[in-house]
Design a binder for this molecule. Structure first.
Ligand code: SAM
Length: 274
């Protein structure tokens, strides 16, 4: 897989990809990440990348020509001829569709991803129209530039590539994991895995040594040695945390009868049957 990052601050990324899973994927040749300095695609003495907005108003806007030329130099098919199963051009934008784990899963199947990082008031909209297949926002807040958003997308996508994580199941059994993964209900299936199928819920809390820290003991269930007790505790906590922090996820989650029973006890007013 190859990422091309179009930016006015290529140095921004120098350390972002040097650690952990990402650096291993790059070292193994599984992922290539190239940055492209927009200023190299300008033709004036001041290497101008921005200009005042038509219609007046605040700030400056990234001019279309340098971005258009930067993407043209990337040897990627034009928007009309692009194969959406192989490659995509993305505009990072606070006005974009939300970036989610499902979008990261989609992107992880592609061979080539071009990320255009905006700055100032944003990018001339004709770049979106002419070059981009998707406009993506990483959250409901405004960043100073698209570089952080691009780094987040690269990270979330690369860890989903086959072999990128030591344990391939890790990305299936964590927060926002695959909706259809059935919970490992059957103790006969063996010891509890690092997590039980999240089925679209948030992950449960994790603990490690020491068993007691600042007067707080690790929950008894986790040191019980009983797989079924551990499974039940983890599932309960996953449901409890999702209900507390992200109740919106419950509507799409894979809920068993046991889950619904737990939720009814946690929040009796919720109707979770449908
Ligand atoms: N005027 C824009 C608006 O109100 O939507 C904000 C522009 S922002 C200061 C500059 C650049 O940061 C954007 O062009 C975009 O590339 C990036 N950016 C800001 N917030 C973002 C977000 N939530 N997700 C992705 N990119 C974002």
């Amino acid at each position: 897989m190859r990422f091309d990052l179009v930016t006015i601050f290529p140095d921004f990324f120098t350390s972002s990809f040097r650690y952990g899973i990402l650096s291993r994927a790059v070292a193994a040749g599984q992922v290539q990440i190239a940055t492209h300095d927009l200023r190299s695609f300008t033709h004036d003495r001041h290497r101008t990348v921005d200009d005042r907005p038509f219609g007046g108003g605040e700030g400056m806007v990234l001019k279309p020509e340098p971005i258009f030329d930067a993407v043209a130099a990337l040897d990627i098919a034009s928007k009309e001829h692009r194969d959406p199963t192989q490659e995509t051009v993305i505009l990072l934008s606070a006005q974009g569709k939300p970036f989610t784990q499902a979008v990261a899963q989609d992107l992880s199947k592609l061979k080539r991803i071009v990320l255009i990082c905006g700055r100032y008031e944003g990018v001339d909209e004709r770049i979106n129209d002419l070059l981009c297949d998707r406009e993506i926002s990483i959250g409901d807040y405004v960043l100073s530039g698209g570089e952080l958003a691009a780094a987040i997308i690269v990270d979330a996508v690369v860890r989903l590539l086959p072999g990128a994580l030591g344990n391939p199941d890790s990305s299936r059994f964590e927060s926002f994991g695959e909706i259809d993964v059935p919970d490992n209900q059957d103790p006969a299936l063996g010891p509890p895995r690092s997590t039980h199928g999240s089925g679209g819920l948030l992950d449960y809390p994790h603990y490690t040594r020491p068993a007691e820290f600042h007067g707080r003991a690790v929950p008894q269930a986790l040191s019980s040695g009983n797989h079924e007790i551990i499974r039940k505790w983890r599932r309960h906590m996953s449901l409890e945390k999702t209900l507390r922090n992200r109740p919106d996820l419950l509507a799409k989650a894979h809920l068993t009868k046991e889950d619904q029973e737990i939720l009814r006890k946690l929040a009796p007013q919720n109707n979770l049957d449908d």
